[in-house]
Design a protein around this ligand. Structure first.
Ligand code: GUN
Length: 283
């Protein structure tokens, strides 16, 4: 294998250590612990696991964390009232409403209701707009985590041709803005894109965020490229795998992120970072 592994698990552990130190420093200065509130509506199995991991991270670094479990038949008005209460709570710096939400609730109304200063997911239109304008703000966690991973490679991003696969609001779109802000030339590919292999084969940097096992073939990768795999898929053996044919891609790439142990832990580390930033901004 030619490529060096970008070890998201190890980088995320570094970031948690830094967050813990920042909390200790805040306490020694007489300031309070950062606080994250997570709202879970209904009983979606994967969401319950994600929320458990987010809260475990918070307790590891010394943040206050609260979980608000609401039944699946909660009305949109009741959920908005819960968000309003958390927006007003002085001990809470970050408000995260876990998605997916039940069908009868409009996720845009809920995201719009979160105070942009407490929007630690970075999903509020004000924060997305700030990212689009290259202004400081709370930045979406997965793309932010990927930017941290790329920074750790030491590779200069300015002038690189970057190809992003996927145009979701959570990953593909904000990822394109992050890389544009870093000086890359961006191509965003999606389900209607023609000639996908040809586009990927031109890329110095590939970010795959579609959610389809084996989508990116190893021989599509330009020799020397950096490859970031955001996919989380279960293969026929029940193993978690990404969107990229890892072994074959690693023969050609210079840098590659694994699944698991790549982007996933970095998304959660970025959530801690955003919560800490929100607390610092509130001081
Ligand atoms: N559901 C899956 N990923 C996420 C996330 O990062 N934030 C929220 N709020 N919901 C999610």
């Amino acid at each position: 294998m030619a490529a060096e592994i970008i070890d998201g698990k190890a980088i995320a552990a570094d970031l948690r250590r830094e967050a813990r130190e920042a909390v200790e420093q805040r306490l020694s200065q007489g300031r309070r612990r950062p606080g994250l509130a997570v709202v879970l509506v209904g009983e979606d199995g994967p969401s319950q696991i994600y929320v458990k991991h987010k809260r475990r991270d918070c307790s590891e670094v010394g943040f206050v964390s609260e979980q608000h479990d609401l039944p699946a038949n909660t009305s949109e008005q009741e959920l908005l009232a819960c968000v309003d209460a958390l927006n007003s709570a002085d001990h809470i710096d970050g408000v995260l409403v876990q998605t997916p939400l039940p069908e009868h609730i409009d996720p845009h109304s809920v995201i719009n209701r979160i105070d942009p200063a407490k929007d630690v997911d970075g999903f509020h239109p004000e924060n997305v707009g700030r990212l689009a304008l290259g202004l400081p703000g709370l930045r979406s966690c997965t793309p932010q985590g990927i930017m941290t991973m790329l920074a750790r490679t030491g590779r200069e991003l300015t002038g690189l041709d970057a190809v992003i696969l996927g145009r979701s609001s959570i990953v593909g779109r904000p990822m394109s803005l992050e890389l544009l802000n870093a000086g890359c030339t961006i191509t965003v590919c999606h389900s209607r894109t023609q000639g996908l292999a040809g586009k990927v084969s031109q890329a110095d940097l590939v970010v795959a965020a579609v959610g389809r096992e084996g989508l990116v073939k190893g021989d599509w990768i330009k020799p020397g490229a950096a490859v970031i795999d955001v996919g989380m898929n279960r293969n026929a053996d029940g193993k978690v795998v990404g969107d990229v044919d890892f072994q074959a891609a690693a023969e050609r790439a210079d840098w590659i992120s694994p699944v698991p142990g790549g982007v996933g832990p970095m998304t959660r580390a970025s959530l801690l970072r955003n919560t800490l930033s929100a607390a610092q901004a509130a001081d």
